[in-house]
Design a protein around this ligand. Structure first.
Ligand SMILES: C[S@@+](CC[C@H](N)C(=O)[O-])C[C@H]1O[C@@H](n2cnc3c(N)ncnc32)[C@H](O)[C@@H]1O
Length: 387
């Protein structure tokens, strides 16, 4: 199965532990996008109905997610058959996954394009030769590999069709933010109120920070932390575009905020750390090893520990990861209960399935999203309270 689906053996073992009967179905689902492309309406700027009307006026038929009124989506169409072409161009994993959804190929994403001429019809593939889209070259081989910037291939036949909302006026005016449904749910699970002091330990590019701000009606205070100036600049840009006013930015290694800011106390803390991202869709292949996963799980524990130290008594910590491995999900939940002294509690909104109880006692209070069950990315959310 590893060869057929281009997922490493370690990743298959990981998923097999959680979904032993449905492993094939899980992998097949991960290799494709879901049927819905979600985005959140920034209610600081517009009501969902206004955004729906604006999109409709431009011929875009968005629908409202029944469970959360400020969440809209488009139906994704595909897969479309791809015509055969004379030329092939190979791209990196990120580029391949964007092309699958209709994005153009930018020169930095190209890894090989032997003999390619300007204006040629070309099939874009990943490193395993899997075709992800067909387009017309806007540069020749020498320009692509020499200049390393600009559009290399304009995609004319994407495998799946999704409106490009990041180029839309609604996005540029800060009325909407593309975000997966489980990512939106994690903000709702933390449920900040306008009086709260909230700390977002891993904030950039700001999808969840800005969602928290809208739930707080731009009141209270959010301290949004990320570790590099570059990440903070991206965060500042998102916050500015969405007209968010209650955020203080902090460039810091947030694993040590408790030590470096001993007076910092929060009503609510969000821990959305780097993870193996094995739940993201579409995924054309996966090379992750068990060692990568274990390293990440250990890294995540450092943020969880810091969160437990800065949250006030009675305060909440939400933990979210866009992956499905036991180490990053239930085992880290067990770590928080056993080593950080927090209590795992029931979540105010549940659209996923319960966590796996045999991996962590009480994990049925956490929620897991699975691509083959919920038609979303694979995701895990746990909510804790400091007693
Ligand atoms: C999964 S992303 C967060 C996405 C973000 N919450 C959102 O919804 O847009 C993880 C973030 O953690 C940041 N990060 C990684 N290590 C960090 C550290 N030691 N201290 C602070 N931020 C860190 C990364 O730069 C990255 O922006």
């Amino acid at each position: 199965m590893s060869k057929q689906y281009r997922f490493s053996k370690d990743v298959l073992v990981e998923f097999g532990e959680i979904y032993p009967e449905q492993l094939k179905v899980v992998i097949k689902a991960l290799r494709e996008p879901g049927t819905k492309y979600y985005f959140r309406v920034n209610t600081l700027r517009a009501a969902p109905e206004i955004v729906l009307e604006r999109l409709k006026a431009r011929g875009l038929n968005a629908l409202q997610e029944p469970s959360v009124s400020h969440v809209l989506y488009f139906e994704i169409s595909g897969p479309n058959p791809l015509p055969t072409t004379e030329y092939r161009l190979e791209v990196d994993k990120n580029t391949a996954e964007s092309v699958l959804l209709g994005a153009n190929v930018y020169a930095p994403g190209v890894t090989a394009c032997q003999g390619l001429r300007l204006g040629s019809k070309v099939t874009v593939t990943d490193k395993h030769g899997q075709a992800v889209g067909v387009g017309i070259s806007k540069m020749n081989e020498k320009q692509i590999l020499g200049l390393r910037k600009g559009i290399a291939v304009e995609i004319t036949t994407p495998k799946y069709v999704v409106p490009n909302m990041r180029a839309s006026p609604e996005f540029l005016e800060g009325l909407i933010f593309p975000q997966s449904l489980p990512a939106i749910i994690s903000g709702l699970v933390l449920g900040p109120s306008p009086q709260d002091v909230v700390v977002d330990l891993c904030a950039s590019p700001g999808g969840k920070t800005t969602h928290l701000a809208q739930l707080m009606r731009n009141k209270g205070k959010i301290i949004a932390i990320d570790r590099s100036q570059e990440k903070i600049s991206r965060l500042r840009e998102t916050i500015g575009r969405l007209h968010v006013k209650n955020v203080t930015l902090l460039c810091h290694d947030s694993r040590y905020v408790d030590r470096d800011y001993p007076n910092l106390r929060a009503d609510k803390v969000l821990v959305d750390p780097p993870c193996s991202a094995l739940g993201l869709r579409p995924s054309v292949y996966e090379d992750s090893t068990k060692e990568d996963i274990i390293k990440l799980a250990r890294y995540q524990r450092q943020f969880l520990k810091a969160a437990a130290n800065i949250v006030k008594s009675g305060g909440l910590v939400a933990y979210s990861v866009c992956t499905m491995t036991k180490e990053e999900c239930e085992e880290n939940t067990k770590f928080v209960i056993d080593e950080c002294g927090l209590e795992l509690i029931k979540q105010p909104i549940i659209l996923g399935s319960p966590g796996v109880e045999r991996l962590c006692l009480g994990a049925n209070l956490a929620q897991r999203f699975a691509p083959h069950i919920h038609d979303t990315s694979g995701y895990y959310i746990a909510l804790f309270r400091k007693t």
